[in-house]
Design a protein around this ligand. Sequence first.
Ligand SMILES: Cc1cc2nc3c(=O)[nH]c(=O)nc-3n(C[C@H](O)[C@H](O)[C@H](O)COP(=O)(O)O)c2cc1C
Length: 334
Amino acid sequence: MTHQENTGGALRTRFTETFGVTHPVVQGGMQWVGRAELAAAVSAGGGLGILTALTQPTPEDLAREIQRTRDLTDAPFGVNLTILPTISPPPYDEYRRVVVESGVKIVETAGSNPAPHLPLFKEHGVKVIHKCTSVRHALKAQAVGVDAVSIDGFECAGHPGEDDTPGLVLIPAAVDRLTIPALASGGLADGRGLAAALALGADGVNMGTRFLCTREAPVHDSVKEAIVAGSERDTNLIFRTLRNTARVARNSVSDKVVEILDAGGSFEDVRDLVAGARGRKVYEDGDLDAGIWSVGMVQGLIHDIPPAGELVGRIVDEAVGVLRSRLALAADAG
Ligand SMILES: Cc1cc2nc3c(=O)[nH]c(=O)nc-3n(C[C@H](O)[C@H](O)[C@H](O)COP(=O)(O)O)c2cc1C
């Protein structure tokens, strides 16, 4: 795969300039999904593809996955480091060391304060995008020195936080107070979304669900077909009562988890239902009721399974079209 550009429009933003990518379109970290094939396809299409570090069982496996991505594309790509509270944490410092020793120059952090990672990354010229879900966390990340933030609205797949602020309010509220580039994330899937994000003051978009439903996403076709068939109403919010909310596909397992927790159950009561190994089976075997799997409301806007690189170009072309025609016409009429 060589570094190709779409034939149509182009959008230059502070994000494309700071991170050296062609298009302001990022594929966010996705557990079990952010592997070499997908990240390379997005980056080769001019976006920013991101490998998910913890999808690799060991730091050595991550080093191999980084090399595999390099073998597929010469375009820049990043690595996601998701820091979650857990009883036996993975060796984050070793994953971090692999990133810098491999020469990767872009990292997406998520889950908790990025500060402990920044000294090593800064020392090696690695730029950091921190993903967060509130204005206060975005400001904190800026204060500790990240290069950009990705701001997930309530619509997003995965962890939307506990404030329930949708992107339409969260993104402008954040950019009003930030000086570093910001990516709008959550609920975005097409050129209208990218144009809207730019209109709200963001410097680009970050997407998960849309890239999960692409040809290179390493998941069973049934998952992609379910996303195409799914509507914006087909997600569940689990772990609300535990204040660790996650937006996932509505299925028999997530319905059960919501029911148990709403009835006063504890994490122990749902531990088996939410086990990562069960969720992984969904992606591998295509059994949509095997466990919990992440998906966003934006599935209601997804109607096809395109190659990821082509999708990046299509989204940019659409956004340029919206900005040049629809919005320009509306402004002229005024
Ligand atoms: C299948 C899946 C797995 C995800 N895993 C992670 C993860 O491990 N770390 C992380 O920071 N975000 C994760 N996310 C969140 C995405 O990076 C992104 O922030 C989110 O999907 C944006 O919302 P959208 O799906 O509406 O585009 C995941 C999303 C999906 C769909």
